[in-house]
Design a binder for this molecule. Sequence first.
Ligand code: F6R
Length: 612
Amino acid sequence: MCGVVGYIGSKEAAPVLIDGLRRLEYRGYDSAGIAVLGGGKIVFGKEVGRLVNLERELEKNPIAGMCGIGHTRWATHGAPSQANSHPHFSSDGSIAVVHNGIIENYAELRDELAAQGHTFLSETDTEVVPHLIEQALKEGAASPAAALRSALKRLRGAYALGVLFRDEPNTVYCARLGSPLIIGLGENENFIASDVPAIINRISEAIYLNDGEMAALYADRVEVCTMDGEVVTPVVKKIEFKAEDAEHDGFETFMLKEIHEQPRILRALLAKHVLADGSVDLGTELSPDYFRKLRRIMIVSCGTAYHAGMYGKLLLENLTGIAVETDLASEFRYRDPKIDPGTLIIPVTQSGETADTLASIRMAKEWGCRIFAVCNVEGSSVVRESDATFYTDCGPEIGVASTKAYTAQQMAFALLALYIASVRGDLTPEKLQEYLDDLREVPNAVHYVIQKKAEIQAIAEKHHDGPSSLYLGRRFNYPTALEGALKNKEISYQHAEGYAAGEMKHGPIALINEALPVVCICTKTADEVYEKMLSNVKEVEARNGRIIAVATEGDTELSKLSDDVIYVPSVRDEFSPMVNVTALQLLAYYAARARGTDIDKPRNLAKSVTVE
Ligand code: F6R
């Protein structure tokens, strides 16, 4: 949620920190701040609102020094305000802290520290951290590092921390528990960051700090240890993606760029997982025999990833003999779902850091289940805690509204379902090839839809007004309806509801009048679902709803019923959601553009939801 950066080296720290925060702003944008150590003191700047406010302030009042920490905030404890912005300080201003996560026992720590004479200036949970460290020093901790370790041991909850000590001028400290934090390694300079994109333009190697570890960064080296001070030899990993992956590339927004990346990503996933002999290779440690014996799968995820999970369930149960369920991670973790150790848990997550998804897999591990993640971020918490991972290989997704990660998750499920079905003998080799041939059509079809963006824009501009819209779909495209509605509401702020079209008569039909745009996903299918969907479209038409249909090229029936039609190429029904959702991503995108919202950073949202 919040973004943390830190720098130590031979450059001026403030511009490096601001650049990192700009790249991390998608994690939170309620306020931003930096603290820099120079000339024997810590100087800071913090401003409410977007990062640009802080940049303007720093232009007027520059801060010099070659060592610093920075933060971009998504408010949890306390409203976005100057006082609540990070960094937070000890009473004497000699310790500065930035934090992502939640300190769950902050209230009791605050009472204890207040009784010891500490004064708090903010409503945040974070502010207890510098005071705790200060108290440990007062009580005789042998060094800043020892004081930090002693403070960490008192904290419950989750944190990625960056810490500066005025009295230890050439060091940046950091610590991690439950919130992501990496250490970027440069030439005579080192960095900390919540996420690789923050510093991707400056490093090619990184250390992924483990939970319960802390580190001291100097310009020329990094020392990692546990909270007990035991030295850890860190694993240095090469960063696989390139700096350009985290740039706009000439597109007006990251979201538009990421929509355009989808055909390439889908093609690359096919090329990686479909071997020359026509078999599917998941590249996983789980053996074919494991999948042969598997009886039950439980998919857990949140938001857009949940919609991918719904699609995954439909495909897996359609193609394999396995019973599959899916649930929202935030519900699953509080249910009593009677899961036995033989159940395979599939968490689906772009970031790999979503708090509820992580909690769900931890719970399932206690029941003895195996975990097979579908995830985009190497080294993320979900990946580390899973037995195996299918990487969606999208590169960094920076637009807050997920697009390319979603279609890549759908492709992951298509490949997974085909793999499981083939190893279990649910699909003959000939049938598998037929499916794979059809799956190979998908990237081109997605590309074709993207080429129609001007047409889709015109439709969006016609219908973007009004307080609400309804999205209807059936079977494989029921999750598409939910995802289309989610995209619309999160970036255009128009209320939108996704519904299973068959449910319309059970309530939402009451909403339909000539003002309500109703997006009907009605592409041709091999079974009666198309006819049923067509009947639903007719029911909307009979009540004068404004119908926007997503239809298969050449379908003249729908053009008679609809105000507007987005024609998409014909692909196999099972795989049509990847194509259809692309049209809905663009529809939402251009509606948001017409409504003048901040598309890459929609209000109140943050990219990675690391708190419950
Ligand atoms: C919506 C969106 C969110 C995420 C959800 C899960 O566009 O991006 O709904 O899908 O917060 O995030 P991950 O996939 O990182 O677990």
